[in-house]
Design a protein around this ligand. Structure first.
Ligand code: PGA
Length: 257
């Protein structure tokens, strides 16, 4: 973290978990556990159908609601899809784009990720752009090339003034939901590399101000060490974000003055 230059953001990614009533229950429990003063931003990304319940439940808690996906067209004959304007209108602030599960199971590509980033920014949302390598790619030694490609293609055509609203999440695929966390050194190495890539594209001032999260089995026991790395400005948290006490412990790790 480096709070002098950029925001620390702790974001939960619920994936396909919890009903609307469970959302309400989670928020009630979270409210009793959250620290009074927060030096980090807290976001909960929920399934699309739970967004109205989440907006209502997290109101007055200084917890922002995020979506887990968005479609890039504004409106039209796209059965089952949700547009950025629809999310914005509900009160959504953040949207996860290009999560590896969407790339793996739903045909998301670097091209669709880029279109979605543009659509989200156009609607006034804050995209959380996910990048990350598979185990095979890491073992082949092509992690950095792949990350550079993913970052550059996700941000293609995004003007500097809109980059301030973007968050980049480094999520090594081999660490997601596996209990296997990247070591703080591995995570820091790639997050620093992402910042360098942004610097080459947009210059030093913007690179210094962009929030870069780590995601992949982040939990109370490893959060402090990961967040102590200067280029890791928060977390995108799956499993541990489903339990209010674990989520709050991670928030507390990011909440050091
Ligand atoms: P995990 O998921 O924390 O359960 O590994 C992280 C993510 O997929 O964003």
């Amino acid at each position: 973290m480096n709070r002098r230059y950029r925001k620390t953001i702790i974001a939960g990614n619920w994936k396909m978990n919890k009903t609307a009533s469970e959302t309400k229950k989670f928020a009630e429990e979270l409210k009793t556990l959250l620290p009074k003063a927060k030096w980090c931003d807290v976001v909960v990304c929920v399934p699309a159908v739970n967004i109205p319940a989440a907006i209502k439940a997290f109101k007055d808690m200084r917890v922002s609601v995020g979506a887990e996906n968005v479609f890039y067209e504004k409106s039209g004959a796209y059965t089952g899809e949700v547009s950025a304007d629809m999310l914005k209108d509900l009160g959504v602030k953040y949207v996860i784009i290009g999560h590896s599960e969407r790339r793996q199971y739903f045909g998301e590509t670097d091209v669709t990720v880029n279109k979605k980033v543009h659509a989200a920014l156009e609607a006034g949302l804050h995209p959380i752009i996910c990048v990350g390598e598979s185990l095979e790619q890491r073992e082949l030694g092509i992690t950095m090339e792949l990350i550079a490609l993913q970052v550059k293609s996700a941000l293609a055509g995004v003007p500097a003034e809109k980059l301030r609203r973007c968050v980049i999440a480094y999520e090594p695929i081999w660490a997601i939901g596996t209990g296997k966390t990247a070591t703080a050194e591995q995570a820091a190495e790639v997050c620093t590399f992402i910042r360098t890539t942004v610097r080459h594209l947009y210059g030093a001032r913007i690179a210094r101000s962009i929030t870069i999260q780590y995601g992949g089995s982040m939990k109370p026991s490893n959060a402090a060490e990961l967040l102590a790395q200067p280029d890791i400005d928060g977390g995108l948290i799956g499993g541990a974000a489903l339990k209010p006490d674990e989520f709050v412990n991670i928030i507390n790790a990011a909440n050091q003055e």
